[in-house]
Design a protein around this ligand. Structure first.
Ligand code: ZN
Length: 288
């Protein structure tokens, strides 16, 4: 049996049947309240989860707004062009090695946070999020899943004009504006999903389906990504990987996000995020 963990006002909580249970409270202080510390010991989270029926819930999930389940990752990787059909829609060749960029941890927000757009060129990218539990270096593919504490839903929001303002493009900046990394609603242990290698992923904008694919279509699968990244940089607890988006992004259809749009992102077994888009001031200063 696994667990579902959420961030309730900065505190780790376990989730079951529409309720949340404050982790520090139900463990009598044995596990602290910081979600970043809680995910260091997945076995303990699973063990506590199995005892939730013995405790009174702390509150109802529908009465609160959740924060990001991994609020302060040391490293936040993202993978570009990791689905064949998505590479094709952009007229790009399929990469020979994983195309890796950074979404700065400062862009990470919760599953219902507003996305603040600072140009008229912003776009959605629904993605499976992988969260590292036990860290490691030179992790072999066969052992990679043992380093994953859980999965979540992510949106890799992009400001396309900023991304492509330079040549070659600067992915990191264009995808790291504040609020451009909604994640959640929960961190779900891998054994809670039916098939970790084949999860349906759907992005809707204002209720209209824009992306509908399976994570089975990734070019570089999760063990390959973990192996590749960990041979370059030591992975630590709480590092996250946005694993790439399938086809159906806005820019290739001329359908970028506008003020008031609502993005709904769902992954089978992991839950749904709902994020409203708010057009704020331009990031580029206008010439007088
Ligand atoms: Zn992406």
């Amino acid at each position: 049996m696994g667990f579902r963990m959420a961030n309730v006002e900065g505190r780790a909580a376990l989730v079951a049947d529409g309720h949340y249970y404050d982790l520090e409270t139900v463990t009598g202080g044995a596990i602290g309240s910081d979600p970043m510390e809680a995910i260091a010991d997945p076995a303990a989270l699973a063990a506590v989860s199995a005892t939730l029926a013995e405790h009174s819930p702390t509150g109802r999930l529908d009465s609160i707004e959740l924060g990001p389940p991994v609020p302060r990752p040391q490293k936040s990787f993202a993978i570009g062009l990791n689905y064949q059909a998505h590479a094709a829609e952009g007229g790009m060749a399929v990469p020979a090695a994983p195309l890796v960029f950074t979404k700065f941890p400062s862009c990470i927000v919760g599953p219902t946070a507003d996305v603040e757009m600072r140009s008229d060129g912003c776009d959605y990218e629904g993605e499976l999020l992988v969260v590292i539990g036990p860290g490691g270096k030179d992790i072999v593919k066969e052992d990679a899943w043992n380093h994953v504490v859980g999965l979540s839903v992510g949106q890799d929001i992009s400001d396309r004009p900023a991304q492509f303002a330079a040549k070659p493009p600067h992915f990191d900046l264009g995808k790291s504006f504040d609020t451009f990394g909604p994640i959640g609603p929960y961190l779900v242990s891998v054994d809670e999903v039916a098939n970790r290698d084949d999860l349906r992923i759907v992005t809707e904008v204002n209720g209209e389906v824009r992306q509908d694919a399976s994570t089975a279509d990734m070019i570089f699968d999760i063990p390959t990504l973990i192996n590749y990244l960990s041979r370059i940089t030591t992975l630590v607890t709480g590092d996250i990987i946005f694993t790439g988006t399938p086809e159906g992004i806005g820019v290739t259809q001329g359908r970028l996000l506008t003020d008031g749009d609502v993005i709904t992102t769902t992954i089978e077994g992991l839950g749904t995020m709902t994020n409203r888009c708010v057009r704020v001031s331009d990031y580029l200063e206008r010439d007088e």
